[in-house]
Design a protein around this ligand. Structure first.
Ligand SMILES: Cc1ncc(COP(=O)(O)O)c(C=O)c1O
Length: 486
């Protein structure tokens, strides 16, 4: 197909050029009532594009015109059978995919380190998760890959499991053997849902890891906004060419449920344009980016006390491939935690990374990354290395993870059960109504429906006291937790 085409953007431009009197939503009327401060800063045109389902602009929930055509172009670009635009992020695609494939009581295999939107999908669908642990690289404090052999064991023990969920690459750039996982799933008659929130650009350059759709995934949920240049919140859900047993009507109903009824045209137009851009210019842009990141990785790796994750991880801990444009740095040998690194870089060097955990600072790079920004990072790390050398002992993460607690209620039962907030000291033995994820290693220690066993309670308590960041409980504090009422 002609990937230079941008049917939705063109339809929006055409509508604006017609000069229709705007007696329709939204109320700012093509920007007339936008705050002058904002217009002075942003200009006029962008606000004219903030439209709704006016005539000629199609309807995301029943596309028959420009949106349908734009989605077909997306399917062609990513090698999918069908593609759906998402205006509520990949989270909405994950929820819709799980609800399409699984109903109440159906089993779905989920790596324990999956994104929290998976838990929301479990809550909405009532599906029963069978959690599988990914491998862990203890020395690096890093979650590794999800092994096909581990998956095959769970599939053998659970005939009739409806689906398998897999994420690759992870936030830290780790890729699992997706082909092995997808083939094992299909051999057992299930459908494979791939989380490619961080891996949607990989389809456009041969030096990047293979995309899940090309490897046979049935569903691929992609944050185009994270990696392929569209506006924040805009994502896509693709259906794989070989997907069997897709209930299209149910998928469309689930997408309606998971998304709003006034889908933003700015977001949808940005998907139309981002697709055209990456499909036509992406290879050259990625080529340039891959080179820039390789140079930065080499320079960073040569700095005393600084480590960078990279392709040398491949082969260990279930790591099948590494996404080379993810730049994950660590100054743990200088005794600097990733959380501190994140703050120091912002405060002292005006560098804003995506995320910091105990060992790592995660830089998310993309089509728009400039080499000068990477130079600033290299210079900052070099400066930091000089200033911090010999001041602190290297960090070591040597905690034993507690055994996964049993699931006493499904996530849905635990979510909808009456709940109460209890002081942390009284939580032992109670069933959690929430997810708690310490970093490292970024794997939930407890999920909704599981009890605070002695081991889980003790582990979380020591993590908290040692200053590790906990995602899930209120404000990241362990003063109180939400449990199912007795
Ligand atoms: C692995 C993973 N999956 C899914 C999501 C959800 O993506 P979105 O923000 O597009 O809803 C995220 C967001 O950070 C993520 O990291």
């Amino acid at each position: 197909m002609d990937q230079y085409r941008t049917p939705l953007f063109d339809a929006i431009r055409g509508f604006i050029d017609e000069g229709n009197a705007p007696l329709h939503i939204p109320s700012h009327k093509l920007g007339q009532a936008i705050h002058p401060k904002w217009k002075a800063y942003a200009g006029d045109e962008i606000f004219k594009m903030d439209l709704c389902e006016v005539q000629g602009l199609d309807d995301l929930h029943q596309p028959k015109g420009a949106i349908q055509e734009s989605q077909q172009l997306a399917a062609d670009a990513w090698g999918a059978r069908e593609s759906y635009f998402l205006v509520n992020g990949t989270s909405s695609g994950i929820i819709a995919s799980i609800c399409t494939v699984c109903g109440e009581g159906d089993k779905i295999i989920v790596p324990r380190n999956a994104h929290k939107s998976v838990v929301f999908g479990l809550i909405v669908s009532g599906a029963v998760p069978l959690y599988v642990n990914a491998e862990i690289d203890r020395e690096r404090g890093l979650v590794g890959g999800f092994l096909p052999s581990a998956l095959a064991r769970v599939l053998d023990e659970n005939p009739g499991a409806k689906a398998v969920f897999g994420v690759s690459p992870t936030y830290h750039g780790v890729c699992s053997d997706m082909k092995g996982l997808i083939d094992a799933t299909h051999a057992h008659g299930g459908l494979f849902i791939a989380d490619e929130a961080h891996g949607n650009h990989v389809y456009f350059h041969e030096d990047l890891p293979s995309g899940a759709l090309a490897l046979g995934a049935d569903f691929a949920c992609q944050s185009i906004h994270k990696m392929s240049g569209s506006l924040t919140q805009s994502s896509m859900l693709h259906i794989g060419e070989g997907c069997k047993e897709l209930n299209g009507a149910r998928l469309r109903a689930c997408l309606q449920m998971a998304q709003n009824t006034s889908p933003s045209y700015l977001l949808q137009a940005s998907l139309d344009l981002a697709r055209s851009y990456i499909a036509t210019e992406g290879h050259d842009l990625l080529d340039n980016l891959i080179g820039m990141v390789r140079r930065a990785r080499e320079r960073l790796g040569a700095i005393h006390g600084v480590d960078v994750l990279g392709p040398d991880l491949i082969g260990g801990h279930g790591i099948f491939d590494y996404e080379p444009i993810r730049l994950v740095v660590s100054a743990r040998k200088l005794g600097i935690e990733g959380y501190e690194l994140y703050e120091i870089l912002r405060r002292d060097y005006r560098i804003e990374m995506e995320f910091g955990d105990y060992y790592y600072g995660v830089c998310v790079l993309g089509l728009g990354t400039q080499e000068s920004d990477l130079d600033r990072l290299v210079q900052a790390m070099d400066d930091l290395s000089g200033k911090w050398r010999g001041r602190r002992a290297p960090l070591a993460w040597d905690e034993e993870l507690p055994p996964m607690p049993p699931m006493l209620m499904t996530p849905r039962e635990a979510f909808f059960a009456e709940r109460e907030s209890v002081p942390w000291r009284n939580a032992k033995g109670r069933i959690s109504a929430e997810l708690i994820v310490p970093y490292p290693p970024g794997i939930p220690t407890i999920c909704p429906g599981e009890p605070f066993t002695d081991e889980v309670w003790g582990f979380l308590d020591s993590q908290y006291r040692n200053g590790r960041h906990l995602h899930g409980p209120k404000n990241g504090q362990l003063d109180e937790v939400n449990v199912v009422a007795e």
